[in-house]
Each structure stands twice: as structure tokens, then as C-alpha cells.
Design a protein around this ligand. Structure first.
Ligand code: ADP
Ligand code: MG
Length: 245
């Protein structure tokens, strides 16, 4: 004779419902009606399911690190205000498919702030994806021949917010610049982009290689966009630690 607990656990397995610890779920709940007990069980099932989906969403976002606004030293980086970042961290701009561009020299905290907003987005339930421009171009080039690239691109196209990091580090070929244009254009008014770039917009033609395509990309990007120009010294250089410190 199997016990009721064993039979229930077998049913959960058959129905692909995660194992539930009934002793904890029904602790001190002896006077529940049958319907209330079912409700309590379904609530726990829903909680476990949402927790799992959140974990999957976080993993798929592929953030290289989890940063926060709390850990950002606004005293060191004075060209962006804490108030402005706190306002943006309500994430309502994602619902309107607005973009954000962080522009400035290396080490001033562009990627940090982009990641802090990405984490906020994930916490609030948005679908987020992170790519460097290099990797995005690789995905776009291999879309037709690689299942994993086409899967990732599908995910990017359906995301609420995509972060494209390190735009401008490497010059693009004309084909690559066209692929980037196609991507930005396809996303515009649908998906929010956060772009980080070490080049000001007036220098974008240098790495995109062509004035017409540069205008076309910037036109789509800037239409609904918060542009955050960051200046100052590199946090990395000023806070570097040597092995013997
Ligand atoms: P960028 O993308 O502008 O090159 P990062 O955001 O990658 O710079 O910053 C480099 C490193 O310094 C990261 O580890 C980041 O967390 C840290 N950092 C940069 N600016 C600040 C700041 N104002 N307060 C705290 N950490 C910072
Ligand atoms: Mg960076």
C-alpha cells in the first residue's frame, strides 16, 4: 500500500508539476475547506512556476555581471545625476520603446549603468538581452547557418529591452554596417535599446564607414532616445589594484 503522499508525488511527476513540500505548504492550516486546500496548492504551484520562469529569464538575458545603481559612485562620475538614473530606473520608457545611449570614454561607467537598468528591468518582469556589438554582428552573419544564432536572434527580437555594448570599438565592413542598420531599424518603435559607445555620434561615421548609413542608423536610434554624455576619468584606472597592494 502506498501512502497518500507517495501517490500525490507520483501524480505530480506524471503531470510534470514540480515536487511540492506539502508539510510546509499546509503547516498550521488544518481547518482549510477542500476548496481552500486546492487553492493553497495552486498558489504554491504558481509561485514555483513564476520563480522558475524568472530564473530562466535572468539566465537568457546573459548579463556579463549584475550591477546596481546603489553600487555606483555618483560622486566620482559627476556628468550623470543620481536623480536622472533613479527616474530612468522606473523603466516606464521600456513600455514606450524609448532608447538610451550612454556615450563617453572607456571606464566612465557606461556598461555599469546599462547593466544596472537591465537588472531593474529583469526585477520588474521585463525580458532583457545583452550583447556586445561584435557578438550581435556575429549572430546576424550566422543567422542562416547556425541554429543557436537564429534562436538567439529570435529571442532578441522578442525582448522588451536589448543592450548593445561596446559600439564603436571596431570598424565595421559595409556589409556589417548594413546588418547593424537592419537590426536597429527592425527594433525601432518596438523594442528598447540601450547602446553604450566610446564614440560621440559625430564620430560614428568613422567606424561605420559611410555617412549615409550612419545617418540612417542614428535617425532610427535617436528618434525616441535619452542621450547620456559621460565624461571624466576612468574609474578602472583610478581604482586599479595591483597584486601587491
Ligand atoms: P565603461 O563601460 O564606460 O568602459 P564600466 O561601466 O565597464 O566602464 O566601468 C569599469 C569598471 O568600473 C566596472 O567594474 C564598473 O563597475 C566600475 N565603475 C565605473 N564607474 C563607476 C562608478 N562611478 N562607481 C562605481 N563603480 C564604477
Ligand atoms: Mg563598457
Amino acid at each position: 500500500m502506498t501512502s497518500a503522499t507517495d501517490r500525490i508525488q507520483n501524480l505530480l511527476t506524471d503531470l510534470r508539476i514540480p515536487q511540492i513540500d506539502f508539510n510546509t505548504v499546509f503547516k498550521n492550516q488544518n481547518d482549510l475547506t477542500p476548496l481552500e486546500a486546492v487553492e493553497r496548492f495552486l498558489q504554491e504551484y504558481q509561485r514555483i512556476k513564476i520563480e522558475k520562469q524568472n530564473l530562466i529569464r535572468r539566465k537568457r538575458a546573459a548579463l556579463p555581471a549584475e550591477k546596481t545603481l546603489q553600487s555606483f559612485d555618483f560622486g566620482f562620475q559627476k556628468s550623470v545625476s543620481k536623480e536622472q538614473m533613479l527616474r530612468l530606473s522606473d523603466m516606464t520608457w521600456v513600455d514606450q520603446a524609448y532608447n538610451i545611449c550612454f556615450l563617453g570614454p572607456p571606464g566612465v561607467g557606461k556598461t555599469h549603468l546599462a547593466l544596472a537598468l537591465a537588472v531593474r528591468g529583469l526585477d520588474l518582469g521585463y525580458t532583457v538581452a545583452f550583447e556586445t556589438l561584435d557578438n550581435l554582428i556575429m549572430l546576424l552573419k550566422t543567422l542562416e547557418i547556425s541554429k543557436s544564432s537564429s534562436r538567439r536572434m529570435k529571442f532578441l527580437r522578442k525582448a522588451d529591452l536589448v543592450i548593445i555594448d561596446e559600439v564603436g570599438f571596431m570598424p565595421l565592413t559595409p556589409t556589417e554596417a548594413n546588418l547593424f542598420f537592419g537590426f536597429v531599424s527592425g527594433m525601432s518603435e518596438k523594442t528598447s535599446l540601450i547602446i553604450t559607445s566610446n564614440k560621440g555620434f559625430d564620430e560614428w561615421a568613422d567606424f561605420l564607414g559611410d555617412a549615409t548609413i550612419t545617418t540612417a542608423i542614428l535617425d532610427r536610434l535617436i528618434h525616441h532616445c535619452e542621450i547620456i554624455n559621460m565624461t571624466g576619468n576612468s574609474y578602472r584606472l583610478e581604482h586599479h589594484r595591483s597584486i601587491t597592494d
